[in-house]
Design a binder for this molecule. Structure first.
Ligand SMILES: Nc1nc2c(ncn2[C@@H]2O[C@H](COP(=O)(O)OP(=O)(O)OP(=O)(O)O)[C@@H](O)[C@H]2O)c(=O)[nH]1
Length: 458
């Protein structure tokens, strides 16, 4: 029992450990899935094009065209576009013109190209920012200078934002997450929220978002923090991830309800496994215990020589039948002149005869009768629901069976007979009294020449 208890405790502890690990693992997996999805998107759609543009610019591929003939510039840019599948541009200081690989051309002016004059004043060599067209583009601008450090203009690429919006809504449907990207000026440049999309010159600032004051808990050392806030009556977890190469940051917004549902799903699956394993263990334990009990009681209650019930079992059964108030009769049976069998053929043959008799007697009984070995060559039979007359008939049947079935020892036939004493149980009588009556009848049978059935009423 103690072993079973210890086993159940070990199983519960182990499965609880795995359940918790699974839940934590699931949560981390979801978080990682969202982050890695964003990273691969950023890598594919932003970093790769940025590296292409930077590498080309650093290799001075654009420089010969900074003050070339317009036709040459156009041909060069078209060639670049078809090679890299990106839209390139050159904004030339000497020509005061901007050329696009899709064929657009415009003069540089404070009204038409304000970004150019703004970036000229800045110190950075590289800048990633949004344009202001109807169809918004993300531009990566790389400064170009001659060998004396004089400004030649800007070159770079422009990528339409429509692709990002589609990808974001796809991820949002698939994972339930929202994304917000902000540039170094804390302006929202890319997002899955339709109402926060930048339009023309309009930009939403991170600090103006309703959740920001609750979310911001001060500067973090890693530039990476996750806090719980309420957004549109929902608890959401917002994680900030820095995007160093672009000097941007992005925020992953995950509704807690979705996570809770995922967690309860994991919990329920684990609980089901736990209950199933526990039930299996309990079933196994109870089967083992039952088998052990059966084994033990078989040993305690069985006579080894004959396989019949022993005295202990008969006593127990008698008490049980009596407590159920079942009327019954009792037969005592004894092999006649058994001493001679032993003397003439040896003790082993005597044993074989006892075993054989047990079998013959058993064949004369109903299923609900109890046949036991009382000791030596003496047998006892409890017959529930049987009156004296019927019991006498059973005894007679047994007597005949024994007398008429020869028992062989080698070629020698042993003529075995038995004497029977039959009595009927008084409802409240003790077993000793009943046996005493049966013994009296048996004694009489022996006295009257053996191989007889005698009855005795208590
Ligand atoms: N082989 C064998 N002999 C046993 C066993 N138990 C008792 N006996 C023998 O059975 C014999 C019984 O002898 P008695 O009590 O004198 O009775 P009997 O010879 O059967 O004569 P009656 O009962 O008067 O007909 C004894 O010799 C016991 O030793 C046993 O388990 N195996």
């Amino acid at each position: 029992m103690l072993v079973g208890f210890v086993l159940v405790v070990i199983v519960i502890s182990t499965l609880s450990y795995f359940t918790i690990s699974n839940i934590v693992g699931d949560q981390s997996r979801q978080q990682l899935q969202a982050t890695s999805t964003v990273f691969s998107l950023v890598e594919d759609k932003l970093i790769k094009p940025m590296h292409i543009a930077q590498t080309l610019a650093r290799a001075d591929v654009f420089k010969p065209y900074m003050d070339a003939e317009p036709e040459q510039i156009r041909t060069f840019l078209q060639d670049m576009q078809s090679r890299f599948d990106l839209m390139f541009f050159i904004a030339s200081e000497p020509l005061q013109m901007q050329y696009y690989s899709d064929g657009d051309v415009m003069a540089l002016s404070e009204e038409e190209t304000p970004w150019y004059f703004r970036l000229k004043e800045r110190q950075e060599d590289f800048y990633a920012g949004l344009g202001h067209e109807q169809d918004l583009r993300l531009y990566m601008d790389i400064i170009q200078r001659d060998e004396n450090g004089e400004l030649l203009g800007f070159v770079g690429i422009g990528m339409p934002l429509s692709g990002f919006v589609e990808t974001f809504s796809h991820y949002n449907q698939k994972l339930g997450y929202d994304f917000v990207f902000v540039n170094s000026d804390d302006e929202i440049v890319l997002t899955s929220f339709a109402d926060l999309q930048p339009k023309g010159y309009e930009r939403t600032r991170l600090q103006s978002l309703p959740w920001y004051p609750d979310w911001y808990k001060g500067p973090s050392l890693t530039g990476n923090q996750t806090n719980l806030v309420e957004l549109k009556d929902q608890d959401v977890l917002i994680t900030e991830v820095p995007l160093e190469v672009l000097k941007w940051r992005f925020f992953i917004i995950s509704p807690l309800e979705a996570q809770r549902q995922a967690m309860s799903r994991t919990f329920l699956v684990n609980l089901l496994i736990m209950v199933t394993v526990l039930l299996a263990i309990l079933w196994l334990l109870s089967t083992v215990i039952r088998r052990i009990q059966q084994n033990v009681s078989r040993k305690i209650y069985t006579d080894r020589l004959t396989g019949l019930f022993n005295r202990l079992y008969i006593e127990k059964t008698f008490e049980q039948l009596q407590s159920e108030e079942t009327p019954m009769s009792l037969i005592m049976a004894d092999i006649d002149h058994f001493k001679q069998v032993n003397d003439n053929h040896g003790h082993n043959v005597g044993d074989q005869v006892i075993a054989r008799i047990a079998h013959i007697l058993g064949e004369c009984l109903r299923k609900g009768d109890y046949l036991g070995r009382w000791g030596g060559e003496e047998f006892i039979i409890l017959l529930p629901d049987t009156d004296l007359q019927a019991a006498e008939q059973v005894a007679e049947r047994m007597r005949r069976s024994v007398a008429f079935q020869p028992i062989f020892h080698g070629d020698v036939s042993l003529d075995i007979t038995m004497s029977f004493g039959v009595t009927q149980a008084d409802r409240y009588g003790a077993l000793v009294d009943l046996i005493h009556s049966a013994d009296k009848a048996l004694y009489q049978a022996k006295n009257e020449g053996r191989n007889k059935v005698m009855t005795c009423v208590q």
